[in-house]
Design a protein around this ligand. Structure first.
Ligand code: NDP
Length: 403
């Protein structure tokens, strides 16, 4: 039914193409392209062994708009799924416009030389995509992604308004390493060392990174410290649900992780300012990435579960006054590894990328323009989460979140 070009042969790209191959009624032709073709070929081999499906592979520098547009035309793809890095978002959106195809990603654009992510650069493509009759879907991973769809589903089926929303991201997994990030180390460390920011009463409230914490008892995982952070979906949620009075994002980290990041930050290893080393200019964070474990190789070692979801409070649709719901997914690292050879963090991102791509190919999300996930109808996406490895639960809580 659909011809798709996936760009980026990392942990997330690997999960997405495995799951696409398992749904060949929707994804009838799959090409995986990345900076280094051998990584695509390794994944293609695993896809063939696990599913029997042959996928095509190619080498491309996603920053090269003309080369990417030529590849899109050569493959005949109708949708590009961008699972490379956030730095490539704008170049890939340009390539899609040039080739006349739809676009989907999982992380919003970030300039390489400035640790700052904002939607303004991608939202600026709204008219170009609308005028071209093309659809661009932003942030179809878990967070952003599923957490925004959860909010839209609550607003469609349970709450007239979302007045308060907390997004809780817990990784209760352990990979046995002293220090490792569970997705691209450079992107992960840029995110966690940025100041915390949340939306409250019409304004952003900023606090130093990793200073506000709360112990929360997560379903299937147990008690973990979660830290207040800034995350990109706060910007789009407060924009598209203007009634929101407070929106916060929390992520769990163990003490060892916090200690390592603190030391690395104190000694300057997380900096993105170039420094001279033996006559050569290097960026400390990129050097650090090259000595840290590759997250796509942690799958075999990781045990435990993730639990990611939203706690939202608002006026109930059923007329029962203010109500609070907790909606979440629990995912098991070892089960993910058994199914597709990756740990749960890549799985919980790659599966929603596949499901978002399916929405575009099935014509459910077809309106021309640039859309965040909470602007789109949630129902088929939510059904597909249940069918394709990310089942969710929703519970009414007795009271709003106390933290
Ligand atoms: P990886 O670093 O494992 O993979 C990125 C891949 O992109 C690598 O194969 C890399 O090539 C390739 N790549 C990088 N630059 C280029 C380029 N210029 N041209 C072509 N290919 C390129 O990252 P992850 O798989 O962990 O993450 C992928 C994306 O998913 C990131 O944008 C990340 O922010 C996002 N993400 C989103 C989440 C969500 O819930 N929304 C959660 C986790 C991640 P090479 O192998 O040669 O380095």
């Amino acid at each position: 039914m659909g011809n798709v070009l996936v760009i980026g042969a990392g942990g997330v790209g690997s999960v997405a193409v495995h799951k696409m191959a398992m749904n060949s009624d929707i994804f009838s032709n799959i090409t995986l392209a990345s900076r280094r073709k051998f990584k695509c070929d390794d994944i293609a081999k695993s896809v063939k062994e696990r599913t029997g499906v042959e996928i095509n592979t190619a080498e491309v520098d996603a920053m090269d708009v003309d080369a990417t547009a030529a590849l899109i035309k050569e493959t005949g793809a109708e949708l590009v799924v961008n699972l490379a890095l956030p730095y490539q978002d704008l170049a890939l959106m340009d390539a899609c416009l040039k080739a006349g195809v739809n676009y989907l990603d999982t992380a919003n654009y970030e300039p390489e030389d400035e640790a700052k992510f904002e939607y303004k650069w991608q939202w600026a493509y709204q008219d170009k995509f609308r005028e071209a009759g093309l659809t661009a879907i932003l942030g179809s991973g878990f967070d952003p992604g599923v957490t925004s769809v959860f909010a839209t589903w609550l607003k469609k089926h349970k709450l007239n308004t979302i007045d308060y929303i907390d997004i809780l991201d817990c990784n209760g997994g352990d990979n046995g390493k002293a220090f490792a990030t569970n997705f691209n180390p450079e992107i992960n460390i840029r995110e966690v060392t940025a100041p915390a920011r949340h939306w409250e009463n019409g304004d952003w409230v900023e606090s130093p990174a990793m200073t506000t914490k709360y112990k929360f008892d997560f379903p299937a995982v147990g008690e973990k410290n979660m830290y207040l952070m800034y995350h990109e979906e706060l910007e789009s949620l407060k924009t598209h649900f203007p009634e929101i009075k407070r929106a916060r994002f929390w992520m769990t980290f163990g003490d060892a992780y916090i200690n390592h990041v603190t030391v690395l930050q104190n000694v300057g290893m997380t900096s993105i300012e170039p420094v001279m080393h033996e006559g050569k200019e290097i960026i400390p964070l990129q050097f650090l990435k090259s000595v840290l474990p590759d997250p796509s190789e942690l799958g075999e070692l990781t045990k435990g579960k993730t639990c990611i979801g939203d706690i939202a409070t608002g006026e109930a649709i059923d007329g029962g006054g203010q109500k609070t719901y907790y909606i979440y997914n629990i995912c098991d690292h070892e089960e993910c590894y058994a199914e597709v050879g990756s740990q749960a963090v890549a799985y919980t991102t790659g599966v929603p990328a596949m499901i978002g791509a399916a929405q575009v190919l099935k014509g459910n999300w077809a309106e021309p323009g640039v859309w965040n996930m909470e602007q789109l109808d949630p129902d088929n996406f939510m059904d597909m989460l249940n069918q394709h490895g990310l089942p969710w639960e929703v519970h009414e809580l007795d009271a709003p979140a106390e933290f």
